[in-house]
Design a protein around this ligand. Structure first.
Ligand code: ITT
Length: 203
């Protein structure tokens, strides 16, 4: 069995990748053991100081490669709003930090809705970049989900900006979808499926 580290401590993300791997190819799922940072005893909060999703994902994956010498992948995601010059982007998790909150989704949504008040162009997209360092090679996989910023919150599921993001072609927000529905069209779902396809062809 090949060990591959997913440089995150977000259990939800690990389970999602394991499930997608199994769904893609049951035999393949038996070839790879997907380990979390916790599984390899890494308790460091790996810095994400890059100016792009790719840089941040690479930073995390490289940290594991350098310190543990294991094949590894990492992801970074965020929300890009056209009328705000693609903000909050890499700052999505800490968008409202400057107003005294820390990684607070409610404060982030309040700030975004305020900045979008009276703004007609509501177009936005979620983007995920996954960087994989495997067998001495660096690969990158991207997933984008287009949609728009609503004028108020709706729905209770999901996380982050889900209650104020309505994906293209839908009348409901991400927070009104089941996890399976969301994974089927989401930025992360798309990027992870590309990663899984690659792993299938490059065991
Ligand atoms: P890590 O520990 O793996 O870094 P994270 O919570 O920081 O997990 P991401 O880097 O994937 O997650 O995303 C950064 C922020 O972008 C996240 O805190 C949310 O505010 C927002 N975001 C990303 N994906 C989202 C999604 O599917 N729905 C709503 N908000 C999302």
């Amino acid at each position: 069995m090949k060990k591959i580290v997913f440089a995150t401590n977000n259990r939800h993300k690990i389970e999602e990748v394991r499930a997608l791997l199994k769904k893609a190819d049951k035999k393949l799922a038996e070839e790879y053991e997907i380990l979390s940072l916790e599984d390899i005893g890494c308790t460091t909060d790996i810095p994400e100081t890059g100016a792009s999703f790719t840089e941040n994902a690479f930073q995390k994956a490289e940290y594991v490669k350098v310190h543990y010498n294991l094949d590894c992948f990492a992801d970074d995601s965020g929300l890009e709003v056209r009328a705000l010059g693609m903000e909050p982007g890499v700052r999505s998790a800490r968008y409202a930090d400057s107003v005294g909150h820390s990684h607070d989704s409610e404060a982030n949504m309040d700030k975004l809705l305020l900045n979008m008040q009276n703004v007609k162009d509501r177009q936005a997209q979620f983007r995920t970049v996954i960087v994989l360092l495997k067998d001495g090679k660096k690969e990158e996989f991207e997933g984008v989900c287009r949609g728009e910023i609503t004028t108020e919150r709706s729905g209770k599921d999901g996380f982050g900006y889900d209650p104020i993001f309505r994906p293209e072609g839908y009348t409901v927000s991400f927070a009104e979808m089941t996890m399976e529905e969301k994974n089927g069209i989401s930025h992360r779902g798309k990027a992870v499926r590309k990663l899984v396809d690659y792993l299938t062809q490059n065991v």
